[in-house]
Design a protein around this ligand. Structure first.
Ligand code: AHG
Ligand code: MN
Ligand code: MN
Length: 326
Protein backbone atom coordinates (compact mmCIF):
# COMPACT_ATOMS: atom_id res chain seq x y z
CA UNK A 1 0.00 0.00 0.00
CA UNK A 2 1.41 3.37 -1.03
CA UNK A 3 0.76 6.35 1.19
CA UNK A 4 1.45 10.07 1.00
CA UNK A 5 4.57 9.48 3.06
CA UNK A 6 6.00 6.69 0.89
CA UNK A 7 5.04 8.49 -2.34
CA UNK A 8 6.93 11.59 -1.19
CA UNK A 9 9.86 9.45 -0.06
CA UNK A 10 10.04 7.94 -3.57
CA UNK A 11 9.82 11.40 -5.12
CA UNK A 12 12.66 12.50 -2.86
CA UNK A 13 14.83 9.72 -4.28
CA UNK A 14 14.07 11.24 -7.70
CA UNK A 15 15.21 14.68 -6.59
CA UNK A 16 12.30 16.24 -4.71
CA UNK A 17 13.68 18.64 -2.11
CA UNK A 18 13.44 17.27 1.45
CA UNK A 19 12.26 20.64 2.81
CA UNK A 20 9.39 20.61 0.32
CA UNK A 21 8.51 17.08 1.44
CA UNK A 22 8.41 18.30 5.02
CA UNK A 23 6.21 21.22 4.04
CA UNK A 24 3.67 19.02 2.23
CA UNK A 25 3.55 16.55 5.11
CA UNK A 26 2.96 19.38 7.59
CA UNK A 27 0.18 20.75 5.40
CA UNK A 28 -1.41 17.32 5.21
CA UNK A 29 -1.38 17.05 9.01
CA UNK A 30 -3.14 20.40 9.40
CA UNK A 31 -5.72 19.38 6.81
CA UNK A 32 -6.35 16.17 8.77
CA UNK A 33 -7.12 18.32 11.81
CA UNK A 34 -9.36 20.56 9.67
CA UNK A 35 -11.11 17.47 8.34
CA UNK A 36 -11.84 16.31 11.89
CA UNK A 37 -13.34 19.69 12.81
CA UNK A 38 -15.42 19.77 9.63
CA UNK A 39 -16.72 16.27 10.36
CA UNK A 40 -17.82 17.26 13.88
CA UNK A 41 -19.55 20.38 12.52
CA UNK A 42 -21.87 21.95 15.04
CA UNK A 43 -20.34 19.88 17.86
CA UNK A 44 -16.93 21.44 17.16
CA UNK A 45 -18.48 24.92 17.09
CA UNK A 46 -17.17 25.61 13.59
CA UNK A 47 -20.40 26.43 11.75
CA UNK A 48 -21.91 29.85 11.15
CA UNK A 49 -20.69 33.37 10.54
CA UNK A 50 -17.63 34.92 12.16
CA UNK A 51 -19.16 38.39 12.01
CA UNK A 52 -16.11 39.84 10.24
CA UNK A 53 -15.14 40.74 6.67
CA UNK A 54 -11.99 39.80 4.72
CA UNK A 55 -9.89 42.06 2.47
CA UNK A 56 -12.18 41.25 -0.47
CA UNK A 57 -15.17 42.59 1.48
CA UNK A 58 -16.67 39.10 1.83
CA UNK A 59 -18.34 38.01 5.08
CA UNK A 60 -16.12 35.50 6.84
CA UNK A 61 -17.44 32.23 8.19
CA UNK A 62 -16.10 30.87 11.46
CA UNK A 63 -14.39 28.10 9.53
CA UNK A 64 -12.62 30.59 7.21
CA UNK A 65 -10.98 32.15 10.27
CA UNK A 66 -10.29 28.91 12.18
CA UNK A 67 -8.64 27.13 9.22
CA UNK A 68 -6.62 30.22 8.33
CA UNK A 69 -5.20 30.38 11.88
CA UNK A 70 -4.47 26.64 11.95
CA UNK A 71 -2.48 26.79 8.71
CA UNK A 72 -0.56 29.92 9.76
CA UNK A 73 0.38 28.40 13.09
CA UNK A 74 1.37 24.95 11.84
CA UNK A 75 3.30 26.05 8.76
CA UNK A 76 5.26 28.64 10.77
CA UNK A 77 6.52 25.78 12.96
CA UNK A 78 8.00 23.79 10.06
CA UNK A 79 11.06 26.04 9.74
CA UNK A 80 10.93 25.70 5.94
CA UNK A 81 8.33 28.42 5.30
CA UNK A 82 9.60 32.01 5.18
CA UNK A 83 6.21 33.66 4.74
CA UNK A 84 2.60 32.97 3.91
CA UNK A 85 -0.21 34.74 2.09
CA UNK A 86 -3.88 33.90 2.43
CA UNK A 87 -7.18 34.83 0.87
CA UNK A 88 -8.30 35.71 4.39
CA UNK A 89 -5.38 38.04 5.29
CA UNK A 90 -4.94 41.65 4.15
CA UNK A 91 -1.17 41.36 4.10
CA UNK A 92 1.51 38.70 3.92
CA UNK A 93 2.44 36.85 7.11
CA UNK A 94 6.24 36.52 7.45
CA UNK A 95 7.83 33.97 9.80
CA UNK A 96 10.80 35.90 11.23
CA UNK A 97 12.07 32.94 13.27
CA UNK A 98 12.34 30.85 10.09
CA UNK A 99 15.34 32.92 8.97
CA UNK A 100 16.31 32.06 5.42
CA UNK A 101 13.67 29.36 4.96
CA UNK A 102 13.33 28.37 1.29
CA UNK A 103 9.56 28.48 0.62
CA UNK A 104 6.53 30.75 0.44
CA UNK A 105 3.03 29.28 0.80
CA UNK A 106 -0.22 30.79 -0.45
CA UNK A 107 -3.59 29.35 0.50
CA UNK A 108 -7.33 29.57 0.32
CA UNK A 109 -7.83 28.00 3.76
CA UNK A 110 -11.46 27.20 3.20
CA UNK A 111 -12.87 27.12 -0.30
CA UNK A 112 -16.62 26.94 -0.78
CA UNK A 113 -17.69 28.99 2.24
CA UNK A 114 -21.31 29.06 1.09
CA UNK A 115 -21.41 25.26 1.44
CA UNK A 116 -20.06 24.92 5.00
CA UNK A 117 -23.34 25.24 6.83
CA UNK A 118 -25.26 22.98 4.43
CA UNK A 119 -22.93 19.96 4.59
CA UNK A 120 -21.71 20.10 1.00
CA UNK A 121 -18.06 19.48 0.00
CA UNK A 122 -15.55 22.22 0.81
CA UNK A 123 -11.76 22.32 0.68
CA UNK A 124 -8.34 23.88 1.26
CA UNK A 125 -6.21 25.01 -1.71
CA UNK A 126 -2.44 25.62 -1.55
CA UNK A 127 0.36 26.88 -3.76
CA UNK A 128 4.09 26.76 -2.96
CA UNK A 129 6.71 29.14 -4.40
CA UNK A 130 10.44 29.47 -3.86
CA UNK A 131 11.44 32.40 -1.72
CA UNK A 132 13.30 34.87 -3.94
CA UNK A 133 16.54 36.56 -2.84
CA UNK A 134 16.32 39.76 -0.82
CA UNK A 135 14.00 41.17 1.83
CA UNK A 136 10.57 39.59 2.09
CA UNK A 137 7.63 41.69 0.98
CA UNK A 138 4.43 41.37 -1.01
CA UNK A 139 6.46 41.52 -4.25
CA UNK A 140 8.26 38.30 -3.23
CA UNK A 141 4.94 36.52 -3.84
CA UNK A 142 4.16 38.10 -7.21
CA UNK A 143 5.52 35.22 -9.28
CA UNK A 144 3.74 33.69 -12.26
CA UNK A 145 2.01 30.34 -11.79
CA UNK A 146 4.72 28.67 -13.86
CA UNK A 147 7.06 29.26 -10.88
CA UNK A 148 5.01 27.08 -8.51
CA UNK A 149 7.01 24.14 -7.13
CA UNK A 150 3.95 22.42 -5.66
CA UNK A 151 0.21 22.91 -5.54
CA UNK A 152 -2.84 21.00 -4.47
CA UNK A 153 -6.00 20.85 -2.46
CA UNK A 154 -7.72 18.82 0.19
CA UNK A 155 -11.41 18.22 -0.38
CA UNK A 156 -13.59 17.56 2.68
CA UNK A 157 -16.41 15.53 1.17
CA UNK A 158 -17.88 12.05 1.61
CA UNK A 159 -14.17 11.22 1.74
CA UNK A 160 -11.33 13.56 2.62
CA UNK A 161 -8.87 13.49 -0.27
CA UNK A 162 -5.58 15.24 -0.89
CA UNK A 163 -4.69 15.88 -4.53
CA UNK A 164 -1.33 17.38 -5.34
CA UNK A 165 1.45 17.93 -7.82
CA UNK A 166 5.12 18.77 -7.53
CA UNK A 167 5.43 19.03 -11.30
CA UNK A 168 5.52 15.34 -12.18
CA UNK A 169 1.90 14.35 -12.51
CA UNK A 170 -1.10 14.60 -10.20
CA UNK A 171 -1.68 12.13 -7.40
CA UNK A 172 -4.73 11.67 -5.20
CA UNK A 173 -4.76 10.29 -1.65
CA UNK A 174 -7.75 9.30 0.46
CA UNK A 175 -7.65 9.83 4.22
CA UNK A 176 -8.40 6.53 5.95
CA UNK A 177 -10.41 7.62 8.99
CA UNK A 178 -9.52 4.35 10.73
CA UNK A 179 -5.76 4.96 10.65
CA UNK A 180 -5.39 8.69 9.92
CA UNK A 181 -3.18 7.85 6.92
CA UNK A 182 -3.47 9.39 3.45
CA UNK A 183 -3.46 6.37 1.11
CA UNK A 184 -2.57 6.70 -2.59
CA UNK A 185 -5.87 5.85 -4.27
CA UNK A 186 -5.67 7.91 -7.49
CA UNK A 187 -2.16 7.77 -8.97
CA UNK A 188 -1.39 9.77 -12.14
CA UNK A 189 -4.78 11.42 -12.57
CA UNK A 190 -5.61 12.39 -16.17
CA UNK A 191 -8.31 14.65 -17.59
CA UNK A 192 -9.90 13.37 -20.80
CA UNK A 193 -9.50 15.87 -23.64
CA UNK A 194 -13.20 15.65 -24.59
CA UNK A 195 -16.25 15.98 -22.38
CA UNK A 196 -20.04 16.35 -22.29
CA UNK A 197 -20.17 18.14 -18.95
CA UNK A 198 -19.79 21.83 -18.10
CA UNK A 199 -19.78 23.88 -14.90
CA UNK A 200 -20.73 27.55 -14.71
CA UNK A 201 -22.96 29.66 -12.49
CA UNK A 202 -25.83 30.12 -14.98
CA UNK A 203 -27.47 32.82 -12.83
CA UNK A 204 -24.80 35.24 -14.10
CA UNK A 205 -25.78 34.66 -17.72
CA UNK A 206 -27.09 38.18 -18.37
CA UNK A 207 -23.72 39.66 -17.30
CA UNK A 208 -21.45 37.50 -19.52
CA UNK A 209 -19.56 38.84 -22.51
CA UNK A 210 -20.38 37.50 -25.97
CA UNK A 211 -17.77 34.67 -26.27
CA UNK A 212 -19.17 32.92 -23.17
CA UNK A 213 -22.79 33.64 -24.24
CA UNK A 214 -22.05 32.02 -27.59
CA UNK A 215 -20.25 28.99 -26.14
CA UNK A 216 -22.94 28.17 -23.56
CA UNK A 217 -25.73 28.71 -26.08
CA UNK A 218 -24.11 26.15 -28.36
CA UNK A 219 -23.77 23.63 -25.51
CA UNK A 220 -27.44 24.08 -24.58
CA UNK A 221 -28.58 23.41 -28.16
CA UNK A 222 -27.56 19.79 -27.59
CA UNK A 223 -27.70 16.99 -30.15
CA UNK A 224 -29.51 18.91 -32.87
CA UNK A 225 -27.32 22.01 -32.55
CA UNK A 226 -23.86 22.97 -33.74
CA UNK A 227 -22.07 20.68 -31.26
CA UNK A 228 -24.10 17.63 -32.21
CA UNK A 229 -24.21 16.22 -28.69
CA UNK A 230 -26.09 16.73 -25.42
CA UNK A 231 -24.22 18.37 -22.55
CA UNK A 232 -24.89 17.94 -18.86
CA UNK A 233 -24.36 20.68 -16.26
CA UNK A 234 -22.97 20.57 -12.70
CA UNK A 235 -22.24 23.50 -10.35
CA UNK A 236 -21.26 22.74 -6.75
CA UNK A 237 -20.12 26.30 -5.90
CA UNK A 238 -16.97 24.91 -4.27
CA UNK A 239 -14.18 25.21 -6.81
CA UNK A 240 -12.34 22.39 -5.05
CA UNK A 241 -15.24 20.00 -5.56
CA UNK A 242 -15.90 21.08 -9.15
CA UNK A 243 -12.22 20.70 -10.10
CA UNK A 244 -12.07 17.37 -8.26
CA UNK A 245 -14.91 16.06 -10.42
CA UNK A 246 -13.14 17.27 -13.56
CA UNK A 247 -9.88 15.57 -12.54
CA UNK A 248 -11.84 12.35 -12.13
CA UNK A 249 -14.20 12.32 -15.10
CA UNK A 250 -13.41 15.33 -17.27
CA UNK A 251 -15.42 18.48 -17.87
CA UNK A 252 -15.00 22.20 -18.25
CA UNK A 253 -15.22 24.73 -15.40
CA UNK A 254 -15.73 28.44 -16.01
CA UNK A 255 -15.90 31.50 -13.82
CA UNK A 256 -15.61 34.11 -16.56
CA UNK A 257 -15.07 37.84 -16.34
CA UNK A 258 -18.37 39.64 -16.79
CA UNK A 259 -19.80 43.12 -17.26
CA UNK A 260 -20.58 43.77 -13.60
CA UNK A 261 -17.34 45.32 -12.34
CA UNK A 262 -14.53 46.05 -14.84
CA UNK A 263 -12.01 46.15 -11.94
CA UNK A 264 -12.78 42.52 -11.09
CA UNK A 265 -12.09 40.07 -13.91
CA UNK A 266 -14.20 37.27 -12.49
CA UNK A 267 -14.67 36.21 -8.89
CA UNK A 268 -11.82 33.82 -8.31
CA UNK A 269 -8.39 34.79 -7.08
CA UNK A 270 -5.29 34.29 -9.20
CA UNK A 271 -2.84 33.43 -6.41
CA UNK A 272 -5.00 31.26 -4.13
CA UNK A 273 -7.34 29.53 -6.58
CA UNK A 274 -6.60 30.00 -10.28
CA UNK A 275 -2.85 29.31 -10.25
CA UNK A 276 -2.77 26.19 -8.05
CA UNK A 277 -5.77 24.67 -9.86
CA UNK A 278 -4.19 25.49 -13.24
CA UNK A 279 -0.97 23.73 -12.22
CA UNK A 280 -2.95 20.60 -11.27
CA UNK A 281 -5.11 20.67 -14.38
CA UNK A 282 -2.15 21.10 -16.74
CA UNK A 283 -0.22 18.37 -14.95
CA UNK A 284 -3.21 16.10 -15.54
CA UNK A 285 -3.20 16.85 -19.27
CA UNK A 286 -5.96 19.47 -19.23
CA UNK A 287 -5.78 23.16 -20.10
CA UNK A 288 -6.40 26.37 -18.19
CA UNK A 289 -6.82 29.92 -19.50
CA UNK A 290 -8.48 33.17 -18.51
CA UNK A 291 -10.26 33.05 -21.87
CA UNK A 292 -7.36 34.75 -23.60
CA UNK A 293 -4.08 33.40 -22.27
CA UNK A 294 -2.63 30.61 -20.17
CA UNK A 295 -3.37 31.50 -16.53
CA UNK A 296 0.03 30.28 -15.31
CA UNK A 297 1.76 32.86 -17.55
CA UNK A 298 -0.07 35.86 -16.09
CA UNK A 299 2.39 38.23 -14.37
CA UNK A 300 0.67 39.01 -11.05
CA UNK A 301 0.36 42.68 -10.10
CA UNK A 302 -1.40 42.34 -6.75
CA UNK A 303 -1.60 39.62 -4.12
CA UNK A 304 -5.40 39.57 -4.11
CA UNK A 305 -6.01 40.06 -7.82
CA UNK A 306 -8.96 38.35 -9.51
CA UNK A 307 -8.77 36.19 -12.56
CA UNK A 308 -11.25 34.80 -15.06
CA UNK A 309 -11.01 31.00 -15.17
CA UNK A 310 -11.69 28.50 -17.97
CA UNK A 311 -10.19 25.09 -17.17
CA UNK A 312 -10.54 21.37 -17.73
CA UNK A 313 -10.81 19.15 -20.81
CA UNK A 314 -8.39 20.46 -23.41
CA UNK A 315 -10.63 20.54 -26.49
CA UNK A 316 -13.36 22.56 -24.76
CA UNK A 317 -10.92 25.02 -23.17
CA UNK A 318 -9.34 25.57 -26.59
CA UNK A 319 -12.75 26.22 -28.13
CA UNK A 320 -13.75 28.82 -25.51
CA UNK A 321 -10.34 30.50 -25.71
CA UNK A 322 -10.64 30.57 -29.51
CA UNK A 323 -14.04 32.32 -29.24
CA UNK A 324 -12.39 35.07 -27.16
CA UNK A 325 -9.65 35.52 -29.74
CA UNK A 326 -12.08 35.90 -32.67
P1 AHG B 1 -14.44 31.02 -1.29
O1 AHG B 1 -15.43 30.26 -0.48
O2 AHG B 1 -13.02 30.66 -0.99
O3 AHG B 1 -14.70 32.51 -1.27
O4 AHG B 1 -14.57 30.58 -2.81
C1 AHG B 1 -15.81 30.35 -3.38
C2 AHG B 1 -15.64 30.37 -4.85
C3 AHG B 1 -15.41 29.03 -5.50
O5 AHG B 1 -15.12 28.00 -4.65
C4 AHG B 1 -16.68 28.73 -6.25
O6 AHG B 1 -16.41 28.13 -7.47
C5 AHG B 1 -17.32 30.06 -6.42
O7 AHG B 1 -16.82 30.90 -5.42
C6 AHG B 1 -18.82 30.01 -6.31
O8 AHG B 1 -19.32 31.23 -6.67
P2 AHG B 1 -20.89 31.52 -6.77
O9 AHG B 1 -21.37 31.64 -5.36
O10 AHG B 1 -20.95 32.82 -7.52
O11 AHG B 1 -21.53 30.38 -7.50
MN1 MN C 1 -12.15 29.84 -2.71
MN1 MN D 1 -11.95 30.76 0.91
Amino acid sequence: MKTLQTTLADAQKNGLDSALTELILALSETCKAISAKVARGAMAGVLGAAGTENVQGEDQKKLDVITNDMLLEDLAKTGVVAAMASEELDEISPVPEAGNAPYLVLFDPLDGSSNIDVNVSIGTIFSVLKRPEGALCEASFLQAGTSQVAAGYVVYGPQTQLVMTTGSGVHGFTLDPATGIFVLTNPSMKISSQTKEFAINMSNRRHWYSPIQRYIEELLEGKTGKRGKDFNMRWIASMVADVHRILNRGGIFMYPADARDPDKPGKLRLMYEANPMSFLVEQAGGASTNGRMRIMEIAPEKLHQRCAVVLGSEEEVKLVTGYHQQ
